[in-house]
Write a protein that binds this ligand. Structure first.
Ligand code: BJW
Ligand code: ZN
Length: 254
């Protein structure tokens, strides 16, 4: 059994030596910004609904009002939230790698936009975004929609309804997003997975792609996950603490 500090030191050394780093984040990275994770219990009125049953095209067809209200509530929560130290450490990692002519790819399953607001650039948003809505039927972009919405569901001129620009179960990921992510996973020296339960595919498959291609893998998560046994180093705890700590060890600034 290694001590946590030995694991942190080893993971930081791998990061420091890496020429190419890929990172996959999930809802846990935004937990310390006050946003509910996907599989943890929801709060208040929404506690009685199962997110797995709301994040589907079938749910939207069956009850467009309910699904529209849930996503608009989450959009408002994301807009009101602020990036935390974990988001900021990943933005700093990107700048540090860039200054050393290294390669860095940030892949997120999150739809909250907090990585970009923390200063990360070229973020691959595998599951889309809560910010961009479009018509479920004709695809018209909803750039003119009020925030918060005023009609639930919000009609489109074509007779259909507006939906959030996220990827629901059974839907394809945005064109090119998974290909870019898979290429980064297959060619990195270090793959870091943060705050994801690693149960949703094809996103979770990226960890296996990196592992099979010979990358060293680091997991930061509050709890054990489906990939905890697979990774080279597992760091148990909140990402808002562990990511800045890892950065400071890998690239000391004082
Ligand atoms: C902390 C923390 C702190 C807390 N610090 N950590 C292969 C095998 C099996 C199934 C499939 C497969 N391929 C496809 C499928 C089907 C399906 C799938 O994966 N199903 C599984 C459930 C089995 N996949 C799809 O349908 C995908 N599409 C697809 O494959 O298209 C091709 C195709 C089409 C048609 C037919 C066949 C193939 C699309 C998946 C889209 C997922 N979309 C969602 C909703 C987005 C919008 C929304 O947010 O509402 O994305 S589902 C939901 O899960 C959301 C998340 O991005 C995603 C992942 O969740 P995440 O981020 O991991 O969150 P949690 O809550 O699960 O975990 C949080 C973690 O944080 C926990 O581990 C905590 O411990 C930790 N944590 N606080 C650090 N402070
Ligand atoms: Zn329309």
């Amino acid at each position: 059994m290694h001590e946590r500090n030995d694991i942190l030191t080893a993971a930081a050394a791998a990061l420091r030596d890496a020429r190419s780093v890929a990172v996959l984040t999930g809802a846990g990275v935004s937990a310390e910004s006050g946003l509910s994770t996907f599989r943890d219990a929801q709060t208040g009125h929404w506690a009685k609904y199962d997110p797995m049953q709301l994040a589907t095209p079938e749910a939207f067809r069956r009850d467009p009002e309910l699904v529209t209200r849930w996503y608009d509530m989450r959009r408002q929560a994301a807009l009101a939230a602020n990036p935390n130290d974990g988001h900021r450490a990943l933005a700093e990692m990107q700048r540090t790698l860039a200054a050393r002519d290294g390669r860095f790819t940030l892949i997120t399953q999150n739809v909250d936009g907090l990585h970009a607001r923390a200063g990360s650039t070229d973020v691959i948003e595998l599951h889309g975004s809560l910010r961009h809505w479009r018509c479920f039927d004709c695809g018209r972009a909803g750039a003119d929609l009020p925030s918060p919405l005023t009609e639930f569901p919000t009609p489109c001129d074509c007779g259909g309804y507006m939906r959030p620009g996220v990827v629901w179960f059974g839907e394809s990921l945005p064109t090119g997003a998974i290909d870019r992510a898979a290429e980064a996973a297959a060619s990195c020296d270090v793959f870091l997975t943060v705050g994801t339960s690693a149960v949703v595919y094809p996103a979770a498959g990226l960890i296996h792609v990196a592992h099979e291609a010979g990358a060293r893998t680091i997991e930061i998560n509050r709890d054990a996950t489906d990939v905890s046994e697979l990774v080279t180093w597992r760091l148990a705890g909140p990402s808002g603490d562990l990511l800045p700590h890892l950065m400071q060890l890998a690239f000391p600034t004082d």
